[in-house]
Ligand binder design. Structure first.
Ligand SMILES: [Ca+2]
Length: 265
C-alpha cells in the first residue's frame, strides 16, 4: 500500500515538473494590448500663473521657472518667479514665429518654433540669442536626458537630436499597447522616463525612452475646473520637474494657476 502511494506521489511530481517545464521556464508574455497603469495625483500647492501665457514649454532651472509662450505676435521666452508668477526676465519672439517647447542643456536654452523648422538658442543666464538650428517637420515639445535633445512634432514619434550638430540619432514611436499615441506635446524627462502632454487631453503619458512604450497614464482630470478658463485651447500643457527638490509642476495654456502635484502610483 505504502509502495503504491509512493509511486503515485512520484508520478505526480514528474507531472508537475513537466508542467513547469512547459510554462515556467520562459517569462510570461505580456499581452499586446495590456492595460497600462493609471496614476492619480494630489495637489501640493496652487501657485499663480500668467493667464495670458499660451504655455508651450515649461522647465525648472535653479529654482526658477523658464517658460516659452506661443501664438504669433505673443511668443516669448521668460523667466518666472515660481512662488508669485512674476515675470523676472522676458524676450519676445518676433512674428512670424510661433514659439513652442524649450529645454536647457549645458547652459543653453533651446526653443522650438511650430512650423518654421527653425529653433533658437539662447544663453540660459542672459537670454541673449546666440544661435539657431534647423529640423524637419513641426516643432512641438522638447526636453533633454542630459545628453540628447528629445523633441515631439505632433505625431507619435519622439526624435533624439545630437546637440552638437542637431542630427537625429534615434527615433522612438510612442505606443499605448499597440495604439500609437499621436499629438505628443510638451515634454519633461523625469528620472529615466519621458512625461508627455497629449494635445487636448487631461492626462500625461509616462514613456519608456528606450522603446516608446507608455508605461503609465498620469490622469489629471479635474485639476483645473472647466469654468475657470474661457477658451477651448486653454488645455493642459506644461510639465516642469525640479530635480533638486524632487518636485513636479504642471500648468496649461492660459491657465491662471500652476500646480505642484504629487503623483499617486
Ligand atoms: Ca517641460
Amino acid at each position: 500500500m505504502l509502495k503504491t502511494r509512493l509511486i503515485l506521489l512520484l508520478a505526480l511530481c514528474v507531472l508537475c515538473l513537466q508542467c513547469n517545464g512547459a510554462n515556467g521556464d520562459l517569462p510570461a508574455k505580456k499581452p499586446e494590448n495590456a492595460v497600462v497603469a493609471k496614476y492619480g495625483y494630489e495637489i501640493v500647492k496652487s501657485l499663480p500663473h500668467d493667464s495670458n501665457a499660451f504655455t508651450q514649454g515649461l522647465i525648472l532651472v535653479d529654482g526658477k521657472l523658464l517658460e516659452s509662450t506661443g501664438q504669433e505676435g505673443h511668443s516669448s521666452l521668460r523667466s518666472v518667479e515660481l512662488e508669485t508668477g512674476k515675470i523676472l526676465k522676458k524676450v519676445d519672439v518676433p512674428s512670424p514665429y510661433f514659439a513652442e517647447g524649450i529645454a536647457v542643456l549645458n547652459g543653453k536654452v533651446y526653443q522650438l518654433t511650430w512650423q518654421h523648422q527653425l529653433g533658437f538658442i539662447y544663453d540660459a543666464q542672459t537670454f541673449k540669442r546666440i544661435g539657431e538650428f534647423k529640423y524637419h517637420g513641426e516643432g512641438w515639445g522638447i526636453t533633454t536626458d542630459g545628453k540628447s535633445l528629445i523633441m515631439s512634432d505632433g505625431s507619435n514619434g519622439l526624435r533624439f537630436l545630437d546637440p552638437s550638430n542637431f542630427g537625429v540619432t534615434k527615433t522612438i514611436n510612442v505606443l499605448d499597447g499597440q495604439t500609437p499615441v499621436a499629438q505628443l506635446n510638451e515634454l519633461e524627462y523625469i528620472k529615466g522616463e519621458i512625461y508627455a502632454n497629449v494635445w487636448h487631453a487631461d492626462r500625461i503619458a509616462v514613456i519608456d525612452p528606450e522603446n516608446g512604450h507608455v508605461k503609465a497614464w498620469l490622469e489629471l482630470t479635474g485639476l483645473m475646473p472647466p469654468d475657470a478658463v474661457n477658451n477651448e485651447e486653454a488645455v493642459l500643457n506644461g510639465i516642469a520637474y525640479d530635480q533638486a527638490s524632487d518636485r513636479l509642476f504642471v500648468t496649461g495654456k492660459l491657465w491662471p494657476l500652476l500646480f505642484e502635484i504629487k503623483v499617486k502610483r
